[in-house]
Unconditional design. Structure first.
Length: 94
């Protein structure tokens, strides 16, 4: 009896070409070091172009998209909290 009700596509990249595209997909996030928005755009473009040809790459692309969205949310919340805490601390010091 299986309690796994959600379909999960295969996540294993099999051939060397699939593994190379998967590596490129994950490492393309580091493009932010050279061109800041490239680390957000490049992985999404690679994922959207290759997800139909390599079904296992779809799961990796979803993980990277989740990582990017989470990072943006964390950055935004941290930026707001930075101002909240420093604006609250400055009147106490002065």
């Amino acid at each position: 009896m299986s309690f796994d009700m959600q379909y999960r596509p295969p996540m294993a990249l099999q051939t060397p070409d699939e593994k190379q595209i998967g590596l490129l997909l994950h490492l393309s996030q580091l493009a932010n070091i050279i061109i800041p928005p490239a680390g957000i755009i490049a992985p999404i473009v690679i994922w959207q172009v290759k997800k139909d040809k390599i079904p296992a790459l779809d799961a990796h692309g979803k993980m990277i998209a989740n990582w990017i969205i989470s990072s943006i949310i964390y950055w935004f919340v941290s930026f707001i909290l930075l101002f909240v805490f420093f604006i609250g601390v400055i009147p106490m010091v002065g």
